[in-house]
Design a protein around this ligand. Structure first.
Ligand code: HEC
Ligand code: HEC
Ligand code: HEC
Ligand code: HEC
Ligand code: HEC
Ligand code: HEC
Length: 430
């Protein structure tokens, strides 16, 4: 009986220890997230309008529009993009300096301004002139930088989406912290009661004369750290935790094999989708001609580039590479970005033409990608997940008429891809 009680106390101690380390870890994490939220707050509504900048919503909105149109491709508020993060910019420089710099950066740098010179040495790139902006407009941009809301994604990359989640995360960890703190207090109380009980009991039993030897020994037993560390319960728990941690990192590692989400290799010619498909609105199918007809979405040959580039930018070194490819009759060696393993079968025509899906469903916001990037994770779970959720685009497709009729007799739910065999191994595996 007593032995059990003592064991319980041991477990309690152990548990407490574990929970306490958890708390410190959680605290560290929470500190990080609060730091993050504080950072966003500072960039956002936290500080009063610096140096005569308007906090008026209309001005801030105008500033946002101007920022998105002229600055966003190179700047974000809370992180470095091509140029520096603009958070706290009004604390680094005065307003007149900023207006002048934004309008004439190159001139400012060449005038020998030490701050501007140092910036240029760091970034090795001139920011374009913005002399077409009026002073009020530059002020509006700065109002947006100082007073706008920046906790939502600023740029297109995943990094910023994470930044956006900061607030929610810290809220969540706040609740979690509360729960953990409550548990710790409860455990300490339980521990205190148990220790009290154990000591009262053993004092009572010590007076008892008719105890046999083993019980006597148990009662007079003292707590010893050495014994505790060598105890089966302790060793068992430590081994269990160790094995669990190893198993987790092994499975995580194994699951990440072949997953290349976010892969964005450098290409032999810095071809920009943002410029061609975004700014100039060239249709994806103009270049990826086979996407509606075949399994593969073709990569355009240099001839397609020549439709325009025999007259656009002809002297650019990048164009020389295209001309060389045509002259030498050698294709441009683009680096492949998306690459399913050979065991999987994926067909573009089925998804784009028959399924009526948009490229953005799987490739993300290509029109804003300077460098093309693998947005989706491309695992089997990803394919299956979408097949479970997505309705078959069966309207006006005579091929599906019979199937729709049959499906309607047995189910009220719309026809999903999974209902037409989208989960069958043989459909996706050779
Ligand atoms: C083509 C990229 C590009 C664009 C577009 C651009 N910038 Fe910059 N910006 C930079 C670079 C690079 C620097 C670093 C200084 C340098 O090397 O010229 C910089 C520096 C700055 C700085 C000084 C930052 C500091 O930490 O002191 C400010 C302020 C600034 N930019 C504001 C703007 C505003 C406002 C716009 C839009 C109207 C804009 N920039 C558009 C690239 C750009
Ligand atoms: C002017 C021609 C052109 C247009 C228009 C164009 N692309 Fe591309 N695309 C290319 C070239 C060239 C490559 C290969 C170079 C690279 O990866 O950047 C490519 C690569 C890609 C890739 C990566 C292929 C791989 O290696 O896995 C995807 C995905 C893609 N494009 C999607 C789109 C989408 C979606 C659109 C329409 C919004 C589009 N493209 C419009 C020329 C074009
Ligand atoms: C429908 C017309 C069109 C097609 C097709 C086209 N481009 Fe462009 N491209 C443009 C325009 C317009 C510009 C912007 C020129 C400027 O900035 O003055 C441009 C700019 C570029 C630039 C940046 C300018 C430079 O000198 O670095 C590169 C690189 C480029 N194109 C590569 C390609 C490649 C590679 C292809 C073929 C896969 C291609 N383009 C197909 C219209 C086209
Ligand atoms: C249902 C998801 C999905 C849709 C919709 C989709 N793609 Fe893809 N795309 C993929 C997958 C998956 C791959 C990788 C295929 C492989 O490795 O065999 C890929 C690869 C590519 C490639 C590289 C060449 C190739 O075929 O492997 C290009 C280019 C491309 N897609 C362009 C497009 C364009 C343009 C559209 C829109 C017209 C589009 N995709 C729509 C999933 C999709
Ligand atoms: C964005 C949603 C989406 C994703 C992601 C997606 N699919 Fe599909 N898939 C569809 C739709 C919708 C159809 C139905 C097209 C039709 O009407 O035939 C389909 C049909 C198919 C079919 C034909 C099924 C049949 O029974 O006719 C195959 C095979 C297939 N997908 C393979 C894949 C593979 C492999 C992947 C992952 C690399 C994938 N799909 C990812 C939406 C998706
Ligand atoms: C909708 C399409 C689809 C269906 C249905 C599907 N798979 Fe897959 N499967 C894939 C894709 C895509 C991959 C490659 C994933 C990757 O590279 O991570 C894959 C990978 C695998 C792998 C290799 C392990 C891995 O993660 O790379 C095995 C094994 C496998 N599938 C078995 C099955 C079995 C068994 C079924 C039937 C119960 C099935 N698959 C049904 C698309 C599918």
């Amino acid at each position: 009986m007593l032995k059990n009680r003592l064991l319980l106390v041991f477990f309690g101690l152990l548990w407490c220890g574990l929970v306490c380390t958890n708390v410190t870890l959680a605290q560290d994490a929470a500190k990080d997230t609060t730091k993050q939220t504080q950072a966003t707050d500072q960039g956002g509504g936290g500080t009063p309008a610096a140096g005569g900048l308007s906090a008026d919503a209309a001005v801030v909105d105008q500033g946002k529009a101007l920022f998105d149109g002229n600055c966003k491709q190179c700047h974000a508020i809370n992180e470095q993009v091509v140029g520096p993060a603009l958070k706290g910019i009004t604390e680094r420089r005065t307003l007149p300096w900023l207006v002048n710099f934004i309008k004439y950066p190159q001139k400012t740098i060449e005038s020998g301004d030490p701050y501007a010179k140092a910036l240029y040495d760091k970034y090795k790139q001139f920011m374009p002139n913005h002399d077409f902006l009026k002073d009020e407009e530059v002020n509006a941009i700065l109002s947006y930088v100082v007073n706008g809301k920046h906790d939502v994604a600023q740029t297109t990359t995943t990094a910023t989406t994470e930044g956006g989640g900061g607030e929610a995360k810290s809220q969540n960890s706040g609740i979690l912290m509360g729960v953990i703190a409550g548990l710790v207090i409860l455990l300490v109380l339980v521990l205190a009661v148990l220790t009290l009980l154990a000591s009262v009991l053993s004092r009572y039993l010590a007076k008892e004369k008719q105890l046999d030897e083993i019980d006597q020994e148990l009662v007079s037993q003292q707590f010893s750290l050495g014994k505790f560390v060598r105890s089966q319960a302790f060793l068992g728990t430590v081994t269990f935790i160790f094995v669990a941690l190893v198993a987790k990192s092994v499975t995580d590692g194994a699951l990440a094999i072949g997953v290349q989400q976010g892969y964005a290799p450098e290409q032999p010619i810095p071809f920009s989708h943002k410029l061609h498909a975004g700014a100039y609105e060239i249709d994806c199918k103009y270049c990826h001609t086979t996407v509606e007809k075949s399994k593969q979405a073709s990569i355009p040959s240099a001839n397609i580039c020549m439709n325009c580039h025999n007259s656009i930018k002809t002297t650019s070194p990048n164009m020389q590479k295209i001309y060389a490819a045509i002259e030498n009759d050698e294709p441009i060696q683009w680096v492949r970005v998306h690459n399913l393993p050979d065991l999987a079968y994926f067909n573009h025509a089925q998804h784009v033409k028959v399924g009526g899906l948009d490229c953005t469903n799987c490739h993300g916001d290509v029109k804003n990608m300077e460098v093309i990037q693998q947005q989706s994770i491309l695992t089997m779970g990803w394919c299956i997940d979408c097949h479970r959720k997505t309705d078959v685009n069966a309207k006006g497709n005579a091929y599906y008429d019979k199937l729709l009729e049959l499906h309607g007799t047995s189910s009220k739910k719309p026809l999903k891809v999974e209902d037409i065999g989208g989960l069958e191994c043989g459909k996706c595996h050779y």
